[in-house]
Design a protein around this ligand. Structure first.
Ligand code: ZN
Length: 206
């Protein structure tokens, strides 16, 4: 990841702003700098307002990490359509399953907000046999609404327009940072319908 500071512009700034839950306008202004300083203080880093390798790593954006990544795997959260589950709820579910943290590296909620999950520098827990070399991306949804009987026994594409848009932006960014990685759906590697659509085909041109 590029080092960015006050005055920087572009996709790294947008990513940073998302990770800090700021309005993502892609311009590193005074509010972004303030949020970076606050994050650095909380993370016991040098408080200089500059996002370099240590701050990126603390944020969990280890795009330049030593882990070799050659797959980006898309998932749904297997939750009912129309219900928002926060990244913290998903993290709690995964902790209850005995994972050390949320299994995914990125999570897109129902509103299309992109949330950082597990650090990219660490192997995820989202696709058996593929975790050490992949990045796991998940959107909230993937099942019919709760009012449908047996809602949790089927999977389908429940992406909202905002989620589609966010997924596209996130996958573009990941492809740029991991040029060797190919995009897949979980269903290519497991006997389940996740993520409810053909991710390899849909994102073949990214
Ligand atoms: Zn999955």
């Amino acid at each position: 990841m590029k080092t960015i500071r006050r005055g920087s512009k572009g996709s790294e700034v947008t990513l940073l702003q998302k990770m800090l839950n700021l309005q993502a306008d892609g311009i590193f202004g005074p509010l972004t700098e303030e949020a970076v300083r606050e994050f650095q203080q909380k993370s016991r880093l040098i408080v200089d307002g500059i996002v370099g390798p240590k701050t990126w790593a603390a944020l969990g954006a280890g795009g330049s990490s030593s882990r070799a990544v050659d797959e980006i795997i898309v998932h749904y959260s297997a939750t009912p359509a129309g219900e928002n589950f926060t990244v913290d709820q998903i993290r709690r579910m995964h902790l209850q399953r005995g994972f050390s943290d949320i299994g995914y590296h990125w999570y897109i909620d129902l509103q299309g907000e992109i949330h950082a999950g597990r650090s990219e520098s660490l192997a995820g827990a989202h696709c058996l046999g593929h975790n050490t070399r992949s990045i796991g991306v998940c959107y909230c949804g993937g099942c019919p609404p709760r009012s449908v009987s047996g809602w949790n026994s089927t999977g389908l594409d429940t992406r909202t327009p905002a989620q589609r848009d966010a997924l596209l932006r996130l996958l573009r960014d990941l492809r740029r940072r991991y040029p060797a990685a190919t995009i897949h759906g979980h269903c290519e590697f497991a006997a389940k319908p996740c993520p409810g659509f053909d991710a390899a085909r849909e994102y073949a041109d990214l």
